[in-house]
Ligand binder design. Structure first.
Ligand SMILES: C[S@@+](CC[C@H](N)C(=O)[O-])C[C@H]1O[C@@H](n2cnc3c(N)ncnc32)[C@H](O)[C@@H]1O
Length: 452
């Protein structure tokens, strides 16, 4: 599953050094260290264990055992050329700009091409892609929210970054399986940057006989729930480094004399970077490399503005600011390609996913500043247990039409979602508007292990 590595919240585990190791200003080689040897790129004891099991240092934990990593695909030539031209014309670009182009440039970026992204045949697996039991569990939480809102006749889910529609299909299936009356009230809106994904979501819902729930998204505030799984980590981030005098240097993407991409440190492109860290009481050590996601502010504001009444549910890997920026953790910027995680983020331009662990503190502050109530933040494991994922698994076992193979698939996927060494430590952040904040929602009843 995507981002399974280095999601520890207790500070006991530590990620390895950042992509290009520590160091000062100056042009680094394209992508620095990492690539095939990037064991440190995944981080923590858990990844080490998985690496050992996998027989080599190249796999992230989100690579399920039955998926062999494939060879590097190389760069998307048109995109690489466009990036080179922009650098030649305007000078070194921020990594946030590079990530924006690499992931989202129309017709060329990673997510602009429908066949890339999550999936067994693609580069990584997210929880909803790995098994619909994840969507069934989210459906259980939505059912409770619907009841708490007094069962409105229309309950709209807006899914931000819906990808291929795996979660959408899982939610509908989950409501069907529990015989929930919410199924009749459900409307589903997809807010997805990648144009091809809308057709994929439609096809996914068609396969479960549920295209009736789809409606166009005009962005108007909804009554229901705004949901996003593994989207915040896909927002462009600035790459930064602590300067010798306590200032923040920015790591830009530049060209060397042979036209190869590399890193170049210089003064920060915007004072917002220092302001963000100062507001969180974070001070980078000289040479400490990390990332700052300024884009999360506007994204969270927009997500909040789209909710009239109900729940915002954000699921992702990340840490509170103090842990996210712990010097021992280093850079948490990663690339995923063909079920391999590594830290050579300038390689395979446009053909690998780029992602950074989320600063949960920034998101929680952004959501409450946008007028939402913070209903709680817990771990994915505690959330799934709270909404009854165990019972959902038992229901598969006791289903007379289920096969042993189907049951084992569900069990192994759920175990990975619950395992704190895999994705069980992902964060589930819940916010509400005009909804009772007590008692806690089922998924939030257990706050999970204390986070630093
Ligand atoms: C890592 S994928 C996760 C897909 C899906 N949620 C899942 O769990 O399988 C991130 C998705 O978020 C989408 N995305 C990124 N930024 C977005 C934004 N600002 N608005 C809507 N979608 C966005 C990308 O196009 C991509 O499909």
């Amino acid at each position: 599953m995507r981002g399974e590595a280095g999601t520890d919240g207790d500070g006991a585990r530590r990620d390895g050094p950042g992509p290009a190791g520590a160091g000062g200003a100056g042009m680094g080689g394209a992508g620095g260290a990492g690539g095939a040897g990037g064991a440190g790129g995944a981080g923590g004891d858990a990844i080490t264990a998985d690496v050992v099991r996998a027989g080599g240092p190249t796999f992230g934990l989100r690579r399920p055992a039955d998926l062999a990593p494939g060879p590097d695909p190389g760069d998307e030539p048109g995109l690489l050329e466009a990036i080179r031209s922009e650098i030649r014309a305007s000078g070194p670009m921020t990594f946030a700009r590079f990530m924006e182009l690499a992931l989202y440039e129309p017709e060329l970026g990673y997510y602009a091409i429908g066949r890339r992204g999550p999936g067994r045949a693609a580069d990584f697996l997210t929880a909803p892609e790995s098994h619909p039991i994840f969507g069934w569990a989210v459906a259980a939480q939505l059912d409770e929210v619907w009841q708490r809102l007094d069962r409105p006749s229309r309950f709209t889910v807006r899914e931000l970054g819906a990808g291929t529609g795996a979660l959408a299909a899982g939610i509908v299936e989950g409501l069907d399986r529990r015989g929930s009356a919410l199924r009749a009230a459900l409307r589903y809106r997809v807010a997805e940057r990648a144009p091809d994904r809308h057709a994929q979501v439609h096809a996914r819902l068609e396969a479960v006989g549920a295209t009736d729930v789809l409606e166009p998204d005009d962005g108007a505030p909804i009554e229901g729930a705004v949901v996003a799984n593994e989207v915040l980590d896909a927002l462009p981030v600035h790459a930064v480094e602590g300067g010798p005098g306590g200032e923040i240097l920015e790591r830009f993407v530049a060209l060397d004399e042979d036209g190869r991409l590399g890193w170049l440190a210089g003064p920060a492109s915007t004072p917002d970077l220092a302001a963000r860290l100062a507001s969180e009481g974070i001070r980078l050590e000289p040479g400490q490399r990390t990332e700052i996601c300024l884009a999360a502010d506007a994204w969270t504001r927009e997500a909040a503005a789209g909710l009239g009444r109900g729940l915002v549910l954000l699921i992702d890997y990340g840490h509170p600011a103090a842990a996210r920026y712990d010097p021992a953790r280093g850079s948490l910027l990663r690339a995923y390609v063909r079920h391999r995680v590594h830290d050579d983020v300038l390689a395979n331009v446009g053909r690998q996913d780029l992602t950074a662990h989320v600063d949960l503190t920034a998101v929680e502050r952004g959501a409450t500043a946008a007028g939402l109530d913070h209903l709680g933040t817990t771990t994915q494991a505690a959330f799934l247990a709270g909404v009854g994922a165990g019972e959902l698994l038992v229901s598969v076992q006791s289903d007379p039409s289920a096969t042993l193979e189907g049951y084992l698939e569900a069990r192994s996927a759920l175990f990975r979602m619950l395992d704190p060494g895999v994705t069980g430590r992902f964060a589930v952040m819940a916010f509400g508007r005009a909804i009772a904040t007590a008692p806690p929602l089922r998924g939030l009843a257990d706050p999970g292990p204390r986070r630093p």
